[in-house]
Design a protein around this ligand. Structure first.
Ligand SMILES: Cc1cc2nc3c(=O)[nH]c(=O)nc-3n(C[C@H](O)[C@H](O)[C@H](O)COP(=O)(O)OP(=O)(O)OC[C@H]3O[C@@H](n4cnc5c(N)ncnc54)[C@H](O)[C@@H]3O)c2cc1C
Length: 411
């Protein structure tokens, strides 16, 4: 991966990008096949994979890049939002590298929510083991019978009974559900003794998966394969009220906090993956001969290269613009929705072209392109589908014009 210092960026961000690229180029890419052999049937391959993964993680820690989303006092790299965003475009070049840098969804999102909303006791009990890697977690919001794109419609309830919340509901697509030790469950809370205006609003509640009544029905198959995105029934699940995160009724805001930053990180990851797909596409075009000439000499293929270049540049600059607004604490809701639509779609197009250039090899398991293609398509649904974000953009734009202003594209 060709990463050079960017003259307009400060030294620290350039240093982070270069250190990340060194690990990607020297430790991950040359060992890519062996690193992901930890599921192999061959014990020697599994052991070699474990050894290599530990070696990469050590190098990441020595470079001060471990857990970029966490503050230093919690064992993280203590990066600013923008530093983390710039790091992601580099680390995501190597598919699946996030786990080697200690930042894996949904644990990373849950860690950030526990940091922001967790009490000292909750942080000791749930956050620290999550950081140390001795616990796993999931985030359980979406329901099969309600539209996930309208989270206010969720039906799962938590009713107050003495010092306990009693949870009933049906969720699905709770990622990491089979491995999770606890789940953060989005519930509609009713507390007859609580503030009236908060009743019926959403609250996030920590539920250990071993609690009676938590029934993990199945991993929902995704793209024709088993998955760890779980369907879960919560049947009279009782947890102490001290397991609630933040104040009663703040669950929706906490979910927005999680998703807003997460969308920028996901988009920078997509940029990194497009970058990889682009390199693969160009390298193939330069070496594959068809019908008496290299692919690079055919105008169809030159069009693929040019269109992909434009897609990546546009996606990257839009995401950086959005990240800069968030870093400066400006209102970035319109920009977040814009990148959430544009970047996964651009990623989808770029990978689609790269697959086409590679022919049958493009859809094979020998290259990372097929997995990228599925990931890109899925991103257009997860974290809010395109249509919902378009509605939000139009609402924000029209709101401003109705207020007698117009849009300033420079800010
Ligand atoms: C791989 C994967 C992992 C996931 N992980 C998690 C997780 O860990 N935790 C979790 O809680 N959820 C998770 N989800 C769920 C995800 O957040 C939801 O799928 C998403 O929010 C969309 O909800 P839905 O599937 O219910 O679609 P629906 O809300 O039913 O929407 C279906 C379609 O309707 C259209 N639509 C919706 N609203 C409008 C509108 N206003 N106007 C026009 N068209 C509209 C869109 O095209 C949309 O795709 C995951 C999903 C996937 C695919």
């Amino acid at each position: 991966m060709n990463v050079q210092p960017i003259p307009t960026l400060d030294e620290r961000i350039n240093d982070i990008r270069l250190k990340t690229a060194k690990i990607v180029n020297e430790d991950i890419l040359p060992n890519e096949n062996q690193l992901w052999a930890w599921r192999s049937d061959d014990a020697a391959q599994r052991e070699e994979s474990r050894r290599l993964r530990e070696m990469v993680k050590q190098h990441v820690k020595q470079a001060g890049l471990w857990a970029p989303h966490l503050p230093q006092e919690y064992g993280g790299a203590g990066l600013s939002f923008l530093e983390h965003a710039y790091m992601n475009e580099v680390l995501a070049y190597a598919v699946g590298a996030a786990s080697l840098f200690g930042v894996v969804a949904p644990n990373s999102g849950n860690q950030q929510i526990l940091l922001k909303y967790g009490t000292e006791e909750q942080q000791k009990r749930w956050l620290l083991p999550l950081i140390e890697g001795t616990m796993e977690s999931g985030f359980s919001m979406t329901e099969p019978d309600q539209p996930g794109s309208d989270p206010r419609s969720l039906r799962t309830t938590a009713k107050r009974d003495g010092d306990e919340w009693v949870i009933n509901g049906h969720k699905w697509f709770t990622s990491n559900g089979k491995r999770a030790d606890f789940l953060i469950v989005m519930c509609r809370t009713d507390d007859p003794d609580g503030p009236a205006d908060r009743n019926g609003k959403m609250t996030q509640i920590i539920v250990p998966t071993a609690t009676p009544g938590v029934n993990i029905v199945r991993g929902v198959p995704v793209w024709g394969r088993d998955s760890d995105h779980c369907e879960i029934i919560y049947d009279d699940v009782r947890v102490p009220v001290t397991n609630q995160l933040g104040q009663t009724g703040t669950g929706h805001q906490a979910a927005q906090d999680r998703l807003g930053a997460g969308r920028v990180y996901h988009c920078m990851n997509s940029v990194g993956q497009m970058w990889r797909a682009f390199d693969l596409m160009v390298q193939r075009a330069m070496t594959r001969e068809v019908h008496g000439g290299l692919l690079e000499t055919k105008q169809f293929i030159q069009g693929f290269i040019a269109d992909s270049y434009i897609d990546i540049q546009a996606a990257r600059l839009m995401t950086i613009h959005c990240a800069e607004r968030m870093e400066s604490e400006a209102d970035a809701r319109t920009e977040i929705s814009a990148i959430k639509i544009f970047v996964p779609a651009a990623y989808h197009r770029v990978v689609d072209r790269a697959i086409q250039v590679w022919g049958a090899a493009g859809v094979s398991g020998d290259l990372p392109l097929a997995a990228m293609y599925e990931g890109a398509r899925t991103l257009r649904i997860a974290d809010g589908p395109d249509e919902v974000h378009k509605i939000l953009i139009a609402k924000n734009v029209l709101g401003r014009y109705h207020a007698g202003e117009s849009w300033d594209f420079g800010n």
